[in-house]
Design a protein around this ligand. Structure first.
Ligand code: GLN
Length: 542
């Protein structure tokens, strides 16, 4: 029997609802329950795949090829449960489903309305494909009071009624701002936000209160009184030094016990939080520090590289070092000498990206890393830049480029129009739409015996997640390998290059996929562990 916990947010956005949901998932797991986390996003895009990273942050890709909200990344990193297409839905997708059904004649005779047709479609989504999880944690995007969120709130209100309190619970995340001149934490915004929820028929069962300082009991009592919850269900969610402390801090605040009490589940024993205490110990007592230069484009909004920053931190956890990230706008290299900018880095990483702007700077960063023998990790676009750099400066193909930037003399990176996905052939034309048309999701890759990649993965076949439109052109393989760039990972049909490396270099690897999407703090990705280890070794040389 699956129990549902609905998580809404109030007062302001950016309170970390995704992280809070993920941490609650981790806590319930630590009590031995199976969890599944999902997110309902109230915007009209069918998925976030077409949104700018500046607007929305990273697009998180699942194994089954869905482009989803970055909160799903938090869910996976905190619980280890692989997300699926069915774990993220938007208003846009719900409406397109309902409209397609209407056109198909599924509702013949009826007038299609938000209630019940749209709300039914939402409920269907929320309750489907749960694999018998003990708990489904359903996060509702946006802030209570937003017009867009209303159909979702109505749908979960109905579900709450249908399931009853023994199978459903409403958790509301709010903020208690601290007013320095009064020396007080203020509860009024929380009261108003709960009122807003009540106005759509939802009485929260538990309040998770974000606050930068401890919440006095008197204030918890006041919130309980005004918001109609028991005082023990007003849980402090205080700022913590590292996000990995959040599950521990929630437990100290009594969150898991309250949830168990609500569902009448046993709560006398302690949850096993050793996984989190270990990680916090390593993060707060590192034995050293390395600096990684991340040369990218979307550095003004670091959420655009959320999983990447996390995976690098995980590599630090594996090596007992703190990883300092130096975010560099690749356009900075276009005028200046990269030496001045990159000299302090123990390793260089070029992450995923789209479009021509800033690419010459990225290529300069690759060249610097290759010639100076500084560890280099190229991810997706970063691999493509490494291939262009090697083609131009090692193989003498001066006109080497990617067709993403227009016609090229030597298209070492080009648009693939056909590729194998399992036993199927996927086809795409230059005029295919933009949404959902990239090579998306998990694909198998075979590793070359004896290569560095093979040594790192310790396996001949791996599976990693993709999100890109262009591919390294296999026709240049011989010329590039002769020049020193080895193709150490290929698709099973040997058509798509997946990994390139330079054996005669301390650590130089480019991967076409996004390994950062699968890294977890308690299970750091082997490529990030090896990359940070190489950075540590480099730091000992200087
Ligand atoms: N722009 C490149 C492509 O579409 C790389 C994409 C990426 O880095 N995710 O192939």
């Amino acid at each position: 029997m699956t129990r549902f916990i609905f998580i809404t947010g109030g007062v302001v956005s950016s309170l970390g609802k995704g992280l809070a949901s993920a941490a609650l998932g981790a806590l319930l797991q630590a009590r031995g329950y199976a969890v599944r986390l999902r997110k309902l996003d109230p915007y009209l895009n069918v998925d976030p795949g077409t949104m700018s990273p500046y607007q929305h942050g990273e697009v998180y890709v699942t194994d089954d090829g869905a482009e989803t909200d970055l909160d799903l990344g938090h869910y996976e990193r905190f619980t280890g449960v692989s997300s699926r297409r069915s774990d993220n839905v938007t208003t846009g997708r719900i409406y397109s489903t309902v409209i397609a059904r209407e056109r198909h004649g599924d509702y013949l005779g009826a007038t299609i309305q938000v209630i019940p047709h749209v709300t039914d479609a939402i409920k269907e989504f929320v309750t489907a494909d749960l694999d018998g999880a003990d708990f489904a944690l359903i996060e509702i995007g946006g802030t209570v009071g937003d017009i867009e969120g209303l159909p979702f709130l109505e749908a979960i209100r109905q579900l709450g009624n249908e399931l009853g309190p023994e199978r459903s619970m409403f958790v509301h995340l709010t903020l208690l701002p601290y007013i320095p001149s009064a020396g007080e934490l203020k509860t009024k915004p929380t009261q108003h936000s709960v009122k807003e929820l009540l106005s759509v028929g939802i009485q929260p069962d538990l309040l998770l209160c974000r606050s930068e300082r401890p919440i006095p009991d008197s204030e918890r009592r006041k919130i309980a009184l005004f918001c109609n919850v028991v005082q023990d269900a007003v849980i402090p969610a205080l700022d913590v030094s590292t996000i990995y402390r959040v599950p521990i801090s929630y437990h100290e605040g009594g969150l898991d016990v309250q949830v168990c009490k609500h569902f009448r589940l046993p709560h006398d024993s302690e949850p096993d939080l050793s996984r989190w205490t270990n990680i916090v110990g390593r993060v707060t007592q590192p034995e050293g520090e390395v600096t990684i230069a991340v040369v990218g484009k979307y550095i003004k909004l670091l959420d655009a590289y959320k999983s990447l920053a996390e995976a690098l931190a995980h590599g630090g956890i594996a090596n007992n070092v703190r990883v300092r990230l130096d975010w560099i706008d690749s356009e900075a290299f276009e005028g200046e000498d990269p030496v001045d900018i990159l000299d302090n880095a123990n390793a260089i990483l070029v992450p995923g990206g789209f479009g021509e702007r800033g690419t010459e700077g990225k290529i300069k960063a690759v060249r610097f890393a290759r010639e100076r023998r500084v560890p280099y990790f190229g991810i997706c676009f970063g691999m493509q830049m490494a291939v262009i750099e090697a083609a131009r400066h090692l193989a003498g193909l001066e006109g080497a480029s990617s067709t993403e930037f227009g016609p090229a003399v030597d298209p070492v990176v080009g648009l693939m129009t056909e590729w194998a996905s399992g036993s199927e052939i996927v086809r795409r034309g230059a005029d295919s739409g933009m949404g959902g048309t990239m090579r998306l999701g998990a694909y198998e890759c075979r590793l070359k015996e004896g290569s560095r990649a093979h040594g790192i993965y310790r396996s001949a076949a791996i599976s990693e997640r993709h999100r890109h439109r262009y591919e390294v052109n296999i026709r240049y393989r011989e010329r590039l390998e002769a020049a020193g760039l080895v193709f150490s990972g290929l698709s099973p049909d040997e058509v798509l290059p997946e990994i390139v490396e330079i054996p005669d270099h301390p650590w130089f690897i480019g991967v076409q996929f996004h390994p950062e999407l699968k890294s977890k703090p308690f299970d750091p990705h082997p490529l990030f562990t090896a990359f940070i280890r190489a950075a540590v070794e480099q730091s000992r040389l200087v």
